[in-house]
Design a protein around this ligand. Structure first.
Ligand code: NDP
Length: 480
C-alpha cells in the first residue's frame, strides 16, 4: 500500500503527528493509500523552508526559473500515462478523460507560465523633465495554494505554476481525497531543477492543514479553488489579515439552447457539458433551458443518448461515466435526487446509484440523471449538486431565459447555443457569468481570464492575471 509523504525543503517527510488518513479508491471503495494527516507543525516547517528559499528564488534569473517550469512540464509529459492512470484510480474519472484533459492540461499549465514569465514587463511614466516613474512588479513571498479533488493535477498546477513563475515560493495542499498526482509530481520537483524549499507540498485535511496555511501570518497570498462555503470561511480568516485572495468557487451553470442552433453539434456537446467527469466539473451546465419549439425533440434525443453512455470501470477505455469521488459525495448527490422528487421533479432517466459486478461492487457510481418539471427557483435548480444530474426546462423568450439563467447566487460559466449572431452578442453581454461559451464548451485558451462572478469567486486565474496576482506593484518615482 502506497504511503504518501509531504514534500518539504526538497525532502519527502512523514507528518510530525505520524498519523495518516486513508485514501479510498472510488472505483472499488477500497483503501489503497495513506496520506499524511498534517497539521500546523508541518505547515510551519514548509513555510520556514519557503521563506528561506524565497531569498534565492526571487533573484533567480527569469530564464532559469522558466527552465525549471519547462522541465517539470516535460517530466509530466514523459510520464503522462503513469499520471493518467494514477488520476483515474485516485479520482474515479474515465481514463480517456485523464489522458485527454487532466494530464495534458496539467503539463500545459507549467509550460504556459514558463513562456509567460519570459514575456513579463512593466510600465514607465516619464513626467517630462520633472520625474520618471517606473513600476516594479515583485513576488509577494510565500504563496498558499489550495486545490480541489475534481481535476486534481490540472487545478493544482494552475495555481502553483503562476505562483512559481511570479517568483513566489509555494506551500501547496491538494485535496485530501485526491493527493496522488501531486505526490507523484513531488518526486520530479528536484529533478526539474527547483532549489530546495521553493515548492513544498503538505498533505492533509482542509480544516487542519488547509486552515494552517490560510491563517499563517507569513503567507501573504492565498489562491483557493473549491466550494463556496469553504471559500467564505477562508475569506473570513484571510481578509482581516489583509492577505491577497483569489477564490475560484462553485457554479450552477445554465446551458441555453435556442431552436436555431446546430442541433447535432449541440447534442454532442451537451452530453459532455452535462456528464463529463460525472458532472464534477465546476463548468458543467447543470440547468438546461431549451426553447419551447424544440423541447420535446431535445428531450427525447437527450434522454435516449444519455441512456447509451457507458457507465463502468474507469480504467476501461469505453467507459464514459466513471465513479464519483467518495461515498459521502455519492450520498450528497443521491440526496439531491430525492430532493428533486420532493420538489415535484420527474426523473426521465437515472435517478439512482449504479452497482457494478465483481471487484468494483463497492465503488461509488451514480447513473446519469435527467430531471424535468421543476421551477427555476427550487433548491434543486439553485444549489450546486456537482454530480451527473441535470434539469431540463422549456422557455419561450430571451428575456424569460435570461431571468432564469441569472437567478442563482452563482456566476461561473454559461453555454449558449444559437446561430443568430446578434442574439449571441446580446445574451453574452447580459449573462451574469465569468465565461460565456457560444456553440461550444470547455474550450480553453490559457491567455484568457478565468473566474466567476457573484458567489462563484473573486479574481481571475489564467493569463497574465494569474502571475500578477502573486505579485505586488511598486511605483518608483525619481525626481529629475
Ligand atoms: P472544498 O471546498 O471542500 O475543498 C477544496 C480544498 O480546500 C481542499 O483541498 C480542501 O481540503 C480544502 N479545505 C477545506 N476546508 C478548508 C479550510 N477550512 N481551510 C483551508 N482549506 C480547506 O471543495 P471540493 O474539494 O469539494 O471541490 C469541489 C468544489 O470546487 C465545487 O464546489 C466546485 O464547483 C469547486 N470548483 C470550482 C472551480 C472554479 O474554478 N471556480 C473549479 C473546480 C472546482 P480537504 O479536501 O481535505 O477538505
Amino acid at each position: 500500500m502506497e504511503k504518501i509523504l509531504n514534500f518539504i525543503n526538497g525532502k519527502h517527510l512523514e507528518p510530525v503527528s505520524q498519523s495518516y488518513i486513508p485514501d479510498h479508491c472510488p472505483m472499488n471503495g477500497e483503501v489503497y493509500a495513506h496520506i499524511p494527516d498534517s497539521d500546523e507543525r508541518d505547515v510551519e516547517m514548509a513555510v520556514n523552508a519557503a521563506l528561506d528559499a524565497f531569498r534565492i528564488w526571487k533573484k533567480y534569473p527569469a530564464e532559469k526559473r522558466a527552465a525549471c517550469l519547462f522541465n517539470l512540464a516535460s517530466l509530466i509529459e514523459k510520464n503522462a500515462e503513469e499520471f493518467a492512470r494514477a488520476e483515474t484510480i485516485d479520482n474515479g474519472k474515465p481514463i480517456t478523460l485523464s489522458r485527454s484533459v487532466d494530464i495534458p492540461r496539467g503539463s500545459a499549465n507549467f509550460r504556459f507560465y514558463a513562456h509567460a514569465l519570459l514575456q513579463m514587463h512593466t510600465e514607465a511614466y516619464p513626467m517630462d523633465d520633472v520625474a520618471l516613474n517606473y513600476v516594479l512588479r515583485q513576488p509577494v513571498g510565500v504563496a498558499g495554494c489550495i486545490s480541489p479533488w475534481n481535476l486534481p493535477l490540472y487545478l493544482f498546477s494552475w495555481k502553483v505554476a503562476p505562483a512559481l513563475a511570479a517568483g513566489c515560493t509555494v506551500v501547496a495542499k491538494p485535496s485530501e481525497l485526491t493527493p496522488m498526482t501531486a505526490y507523484m509530481l513531488s518526486r520530479y520537483i528536484a529533478e526539474a531543477g527547483f532549489p530546495d524549499g521553493v515548492f513544498n507540498i503538505v498533505h492533509g485535511l482542509g480544516a487542519k492543514a488547509g486552515n494552517a496555511i490560510v491563517s499563517h501570518p507569513k503567507i501573504p497570498a492565498i489562491s483557493f479553488t473549491g466550494g463556496t462555503v469553504t471559500g467564505k470561511h477562508i475569506s473570513s480568516v484571510a481578509a482581516p489579515m489583509f492577505k491577497k485572495l483569489s477564490l475560484e468557487l462553485g457554479g450552477k451553470n445554465p446551458n441555453i439552447i435556442f431552436a436555431d442552433c446546430d442541433f447535432d453539434a449541440m447534442m454532442k456537446t451537451t452530453l459532455l457539458s452535462s456528464f463529463s467527469n460525472q458532472g464534477q466539473i465546476c463548468l458543467c451546465g447543470s440547468r438546461i433551458y431549451v426553447e419551447e419549439s424544440i423541447y420535446e425533440k431535445f428531450k427525447q434525443e437527450f434522454v435516449a443518448r444519455t441512456k447509451e453512455l457507458i457507465l463502468g470501470n474507469p480504467l476501461d477505455e469505453k467507459t464514459r461515466i466513471g465513479a464519483v469521488v467518495s461515498q459521502a459525495h455519492k450520498n450528497k448527490i443521491l440526496g439531491y435526487i430525492e430532493l428533486a422528487k420532493k420538489e415535484g421533479g420527474t426523473i426521465l432517466c437515472g435517478g439512482h446509484e449504479a452497482r457494478l459486478e465483481g471487484p468494483l461492487k463497492n465503488g461509488y457510481y451514480v447513473m446519469p440523471t435527467i430531471i424535468e418539471g421543476l421551477s427555476h427557483t427550487c433548491r434543486t435548480n439553485q444549489e450546486e449538486i456537482f454530480g451527473p444530474v441535470v434539469t431540463i426546462q422549456p422557455f419561450r423568450t430571451e428575456e424569460e431565459v435570461l431571468e432564469m439563467a441569472n437567478s442563482t447566487m452563482y456566476g461561473l460559466s454559461s453555454t449558449l447555443w444559437t446561430n443568430n449572431l446578434k442574439r449571441a452578442h446580446r445574451m453574452a453581454s447580459e449573462l451574469e457569468a465569468g465565461i460565456v461559451w457560444v456553440n461550444g464548451w470547455l474550450i480553453r485558451d490559457l491567455r484568457t481570464p478565468f473566474g466567476g462572478m457573484k458567489a462563484s469567486g473573486i479574481g481571475r486565474e489564467g493569463g497574465l492575471q494569474a502571475i500578477e496576482f502573486f505579485t505586488e506593484e511598486k511605483n518608483v518615482c525619481i525626481k529629475l
